[in-house]
Design a protein around this ligand. Structure first.
Ligand SMILES: *[C@@H]1O[C@H](CO)[C@@H](O)[C@H](O)[C@H]1NC(C)=O
Ligand SMILES: *[C@@H]1O[C@H](CO)[C@@H](O)[C@H](O)[C@H]1NC(C)=O
Ligand SMILES: *[C@@H]1O[C@H](CO)[C@@H](O)[C@H](O)[C@H]1NC(C)=O
Length: 511
């Protein structure tokens, strides 16, 4: 069905676009186009390779200029700290362009690895490249590369709406059901069929939402709309169908992956998800940060549909979903922990059970102001206080330091090492490679979310200093690190964290 629709779209484009068709991929029935304008999203491999090189140069130049501003500003930091920060900015900002982009050979679009893992995650690839949007507003070349990334995302999604990650070498046979196109696939319980490149078939509700948000943010940052083409429109429609289906998971969904831990109530308005943003299975089925992202992103789809795609029906359907999910969050996801004031739960089942915690993987509750979720009930600040306290099971502190805290922190002359971590285990801490971090590592993603959403400059500086002293002298960020010994960490090349950090620096420390 997908291939048919895309072929039709390609045929329509052929008729209307000023283009030359240089390659006919008959398997997919898609005739690739080379538009004359710089807004083209499909190129020859040679042309794309050149575009990558040129964009990397533009990005490197920008990194140097911003690093100069970081060095000369930020007088609240010491000279050493400013130097360290400038180096760290240069490396984190350039990381994804330098290390994660490659050419997806089947159609010469741009594939984005996580940095250290070959596969392309929809979530990571979006955040890794959103950091280049301000530059894409000024550079057609950078925009062209980002558009070719978005094209790849949309094509992956069109082949498997339930996948969160894709592998250029083909489907993950353990994750996919046996089908005609994958006779060696081994997952007995999985359905529906995977796409030809599905790596993780573990439906993570936020994954398709990140792609929609990246498209919207690209439009808003650059004013350009070439990436909001008919392929995109088809997939945006499919995202809404997916949300409608998973609002009635028991009655309507064909999706099955593994035994579900809890049965949700259908028809609450909330959208079911198999996995959390951490890739771990949901406990209660309705993950609230993911549903908050539905509220925000369906509004974005509504706006793109009315203003760019000129599709009133799509726009209204998206706005309806946004309103429904928002009302459901306010009805089912507000609760109280102990004697505290009201706060948002992390997960619910729609039958009265609520789970309170937060996790460093985004979307989470901590980043809501960054996401642009309207906190109509005014309970974000109380939720945040809970998230950043020992009451949240994923908030970790340096145990040794805590014991020494018969002396107040200020007197000991050290600021606390503490922050949000994750229930997702961090394997293979260095040095040694075999240590694990079960429920005790702080995540750089958590610290960045805390810093970027804080409204207090001295708080921001405190968190920035904590990051500066926990990079294990690599000038790059990591996944989890041991609070007692930050030189023990995992993930040397975690592009998502690097880009998110660079984006925070551009916002708060580079003016
Ligand atoms: C990709 O680019 C190569 C070389 O530039 C070209 O030969 C090939 O036909 C292109 N592939 C597609 C699917 O357009
Ligand atoms: C809740 O408040 C009551 C009454 O003030 C107090 O006795 C109790 O210790 C409080 N519980 C917690 C968990 O703070
Ligand atoms: C900002 O944070 C600092 C350090 O935590 C605190 O002392 C100060 O009162 C805060 N300022 C405001 C306006 O909240």
């Amino acid at each position: 069905m997908w291939k048919g629709r895309l072929a039709l779209v390609a045929a329509l484009l052929l008729e209307t676009a000023n283009c030359s068709c240089f390659s006919d991929d008959s398997a997919a029935g898609v005739c690739l186009l080379q538009l004359k304008s710089s807004s083209s999203r499909l190129f020859s491999a040679a042309r794309l390779s050149k575009l990558h090189e040129e964009a990397r140069k533009t990005i490197a130049k920008e990194a140097e200029q911003v690093a100069g501003r970081i060095r000369s500003g930020n007088q609240e930091l010491s000279q050493d700290e400013r130097e360290h920060l400038a180096r760290m900015f240069q490396q984190t900002y350039q990381f994804s362009a330098a290390k994660a982009w490659s050419i997806f050979e089947k159609d010469n679009t741009t594939l984005v690895s996580t940095g250290d893992i070959r596969q392309m995650w929809l979530r990571d690839s979006s955040v890794q490249n959103e950091v280049y949007l301000p530059l894409a507003a000024r550079s057609d070349g950078v925009y062209a590369v980002l558009a070719s990334i978005m094209k790849r995302q949309v094509r992956f999604m069109s082949e498997d709406m339930y996948a969160s990650a894709f592998d250029p070498l083909g489907p993950n046979k353990e994750e996919c059901p046996r089908t005609q196109s994958c006779p060696n696939c081994r997952c007995d319980t999985c359905q529906p069929a995977c796409g030809p490149f599905t790596y993780q078939h573990d439906f993570e509700l936020d994954a398709p939402l990140f792609v929609m948000k990246f498209h919207y943010d690209a439009w808003k940052a650059t004013g350009k709309t070439a990436h909001l083409d008919q392929d995109f429109a088809v997939v945006a429609r499919e995202v809404l169908e997916l949300l409608r289906t998973e609002q009635h998971h028991n009655a309507k969904s064909q999706y099955f992956y593994k035994a579900e831990k809890s049965q949700v109530a259908d028809g609450t308005g909330l959208v079911w998800s198999f996995a959390r943003p951490s890739d771990d299975q949901t406990e209660l089925g309705y993950n609230i940060p993911q549903n908050m992202m539905v509220v925000v992103v369906t509004s974005m789809i509504s706006e793109m549909a009315s203003e760019v795609l000129k599709d009133k029906g799509l726009s209204k359907e998206a706005a309806d979903i946004s309103n429904e999910v928002e009302a459901a969050i306010e009805k089912y996801a507000v609760g109280q922990q102990g004697n505290n004031s009201k706060m948002y739960a992390f997960e619910v089942d729609g039958k009265g059970r609520q789970l309170f915690l937060d996790d460093a993987n985004m979307p989470n509750l901590l980043w809501l102001p960054f996401l642009g979720y309207k906190d109509r009930l005014g309970i974000y600040q109380d939720t945040r206080r809970y998230d950043l306290s020992a009451r949240n099971p994923n908030f970790f502190q340096d145990q040794q330091q805590q014991q020494e805290q018969a002396f107040p922190v200020a007197e000991s002359g050290r600021s606390p090492v503490e922050g949000l971590g994750s229930t997702h285990e961090s394997h293979g801490l260095r040095p040694g490679g075999s240590r694990e971090c079960r429920g005790h590592c702080i995540w750089h993603l958590g610290l960045i979310a805390e810093g970027t959403t804080s409204q207090n400059k001295s708080e921001k500086v405190r968190i920035l200093r904590e990051i500066l002293k926990t990079d294990a002298s690599t000038n790059l960020l990591h996944e989890g690190f041991s609070p007692e010994n930050p030189s023990q960490y995992n993930r040397d090349q975690f592009g998502w964290a690097d880009s998110f950090f660079a984006r925070w620096m551009l916002k708060d420390f580079a003016s």
